[in-house]
Write a protein that binds this ligand. Structure first.
Ligand SMILES: [Zn+2]
Length: 271
């Protein structure tokens, strides 16, 4: 429900604000996000070297930022060469300490988009992803999952471990059947700049018709530019444009989309 005034409270569930792309103007970017009525941002790590900085770096913490920031710790399949299985033990130990502000495991997942991917790389991705799903189960944390040409393989692992708090399938662009299978496992689907492109008919249809309790918003900044912003660095403030697009697709108000999707994130991350 609206709280008396008309200000929104948007949640960017996926923003790589710790990337060097933002080193020169991170606080300004956060100021712009605040102006665009973004109240929360979740920063998912992509490799081990980011973990301690995300836990410790005061610049990124909410005392300095006008936007509340939470984080996730994980190993992204794009950086497969940087990872080794020992990192799973490091993550396990870090999570045992319950670091403040860490609300999920991610960004993890499987990416089989590259047709020339070797069996060895696939196996390594699968081992690291499975290990992180196992940790999510053990530590009772939600997952933030990246999937490209791999949703059926991801679903297989999730069905095996059934991580209780499920999580988010970020930047979802799979089929309706895959969407429903994720929903049956309790997962939410993250929609971002992709839905602003008219050619993304299948994904826009899903964003328009899936139950709102299963949807969260994201930018994936600095990546995934919105329609009209191609070639530019993406920014968390633009989650408002994603929300406006979703509201239009669903034929509901911006406030309704903002409230429902932020509520979904806060419930999932328990904040
Ligand atoms: Zn990402």
């Amino acid at each position: 429900m609206a709280k008396g005034n008309d200000s929104l409270s948007l949640f960017d569930s996926h923003c790589h604000l710790n990337f060097s792309d933002f080193d020169n103007d991170r606080l300004q970017v956060l100021g712009q996000a605040k102006k665009a009525e973004v109240s929360h941002i979740c920063i998912p790590a992509t490799q081990q070297v980011e973990w301690l900085a995300l836990i410790n770096e005061p610049e990124l913490l909410s005392q300095v930022s006008p936007v509340s920031i939470v984080t996730a710790l994980g190993l992204h399949p794009w950086f497969i060469c940087e990872h080794n299985l020992e990192h799973l033990n490091v993550l396990d130990k870090l999570l045992q300490q319950r670091p403040a502000g860490v609300v999920a495991i991610g960004e993890t997942g499987l990416d089989f988009f590259d047709r020339d991917i070797t069996l060895q790389t696939k196996a390594k991705q699968l081992a690291l992803f499975t290990g992180q799903v196992e940790l999510a189960y053990l530590h009772q944390m939600p997952l933030i999952i990246h999937g490209r040409k791999s949703h059926d393989d991801i679903l297989k692992v999730l069905r095996r471990f059934k991580p209780e708090r499920a999580g988010i399938i970020h930047g979802f662009s799979g089929s309706e059947q895959q969407a429903n299978e994720y929903l049956n496992l309790g997962f939410k689907l993250g929609f971002g700049g992709g839905i602003t492109y008219p050619r993304a008919r299948k994904t826009r249809h899903l964003a328009a018709t899936l139950p709102i309790h299963s949807i969260v918003l994201e930018t994936d900044a600095p990546d995934m530019p919105l329609n009209g912003y191609q070639g530019q660095r993406n920014e968390p403030a633009r989650v408002k444009l994603v929300a406006e697009c979703l509201a239009e697709l669903r034929g509901v108000s911006l406030m309704e989309v903002a409230e429902a999707t932020s509520h979904n994130c806060r419930t999932l991350f328990r904040i």
